[in-house]
Design a protein around this ligand. Structure first.
Ligand code: NAD
Ligand code: UFG
Length: 331
């Protein structure tokens, strides 16, 4: 198939491009490089020995997208492009609503014009908000606590409404838990902009000596050791989840959690990283971070039963692969 991958130069998109190319698909990436670099495309080509077709274009500009669809017979779209920093979205809500919602609307509109009926969307476990755990797809969604989360919940609603009006559409909404790790080649991985917000890239930068000490945000949660618990998932498992979702698309809107179903605390992740890489991480316990949940992990049976997909890589793989990429990353 010819798959258009929006945001394909980014962290999750680039790994998914690798999986798609390895499955024999042709990949057309559209990315404005606002949070990524063209070099990633060269690296995807190097890993797979294939050639991605690349367009530097902003999805908020509908005419540009139209031109791309007119040049290629697109069979399906995987829509990753979006801004993703929770904190920045609180400070700049308009930027987030504009970028994330207008991009989704433009892409869906162009798909309709060109009769492209297969659509996979990057959503987030953030849409569950402070709901019960494990998070199961049938839960009624509560309002999220930030504009980023709202753009995901809104995009999900937009896709549901458009699908109700057009029974030919097949949409898969994938709610990711906490993606970490990198491709085993060490060529592609997560490159955060500035000081990382997320735990794993922060840990790898402490390990590299770029940052002096890790701050553990709170040890008084009602969890096994008091620190926050998350469902970390290897980015290559996530990438393979997209291929499974694409292969299993059926008419209507289908929602799947992509996680491992297992929770790991901050202290457990630090210990696993130290053991896996024989490195000591210096850390201190500080105050809780505003807006953080005590725990979040996925109920994963729906993805297994309907997509035949299950995460295969463990925490040790995630820690080793994340560190290999950080060591190779010259920045
Ligand atoms: P990323 O920032 O690495 O990748 C997103 C890509 O989209 C970037 O290359 C960026 O340049 C591009 N982009 C952004 N706005 C664009 C626009 N208007 N037009 C064209 N390109 C644009 O992020 P990621 O971690 O790979 O996340 C991919 C998707 O998954 C996002 O939608 C994100 O919200 C979602 N998600 C990520 C996580 C996570 O923890 N990484 C968790 C849940 C959901
Ligand atoms: N943490 C620390 N120190 C750090 C960073 C994080 O102790 O320097 C802790 C957090 O308190 C939390 C855990 O590590 O308990 C994981 O934090 P992350 O920031 O890595 O991930 P979150 O679960 O907070 O957020 C992620 C994405 C969001 C998304 C959310 C739900 O970054 O975009 O998952 O899917 F909304």
């Amino acid at each position: 198939m010819n798959i258009l991958v929006s945001g394909g130069a980014g962290y999750i998109g680039s790994h998914t491009c690798v999986s798609l190319l390895e499955e024999g698909h042709q990949v057309i990436v559209v990315d404005n490089l606002s949070n990524s670099k063209y070099e990633v495309i060269d690296r995807i080509n190097k890993i797979t020995n294939r050639n991605v077709i690349f367009y530097k274009a902003d999805l908020t500009e509908k005419d540009l997208i139209d031109v791309i669809f007119s040049k290629h017979a697109i069979d399906a779209v995987i829509h990753f492009a979006g801004l993703k920093s929770v904190g920045e979205s609180v400070e700049k809500p308009l930027k987030y609503y504009h970028n994330n919602i207008v991009s989704t609307l433009n892409l869906v509109r162009v798909c309709q014009n060109y009769g492209v009926n297969k659509f996979v969307f990057s959503s987030s476990a953030t849409v569950y908000g402070n709901n019960q755990v494990p998070s199961v797809e049938t839960l009624n969604l509560l309002p999220t606590t930030n504009p980023y989360g709202e753009t995901k919940a809104m995009s999900e609603r937009i896709l549901k409404d458009i699908s109700s009006a057009n029974p030919e559409l097949s949409v898969s909404i994938l709610r990711y838990f906490n993606p970490v790790g990198a491709h085993t080649s060490g060529l592609i991985g997560e490159v955060p902009n500035g000081i990382p917000n997320n735990l794993m890239p922060y840990m790898t930068q402490v390990a590299k000596g770029k940052i002096e000490k890790l701050k553990v945000f709170g040890n008084d949660y009602l969890t096994s050791d008091g620190t926050g618990v998350r469902d970390y998932i290897h980015v290559m498992d996530l990438a393979e989840g997209h291929v499974a979702a694409l292969n299993s698309l059926t008419k209507g809107v289908h929602i799947y959690n992509l996680g491992t179903g297992r929770g790991t605390s901050v202290l457990e992740l630090i210990e696993a990283f130290e053991k896996a890489n024989s490195i000591k991480l210096s850390y201190e316990i500080v105050e809780r971070r505003a807006g953080d949940l005590a725990e979040s992990y996925a109920e994963t049976s729906k993805a297994f039963e309907e997509l035949g997909w299950v995460a295969k890589r463990d925490i040790v793989d995630m820690c080793k692969d994340a560190w290999r990429f950080e060591k190779n990353n010259l920045e």
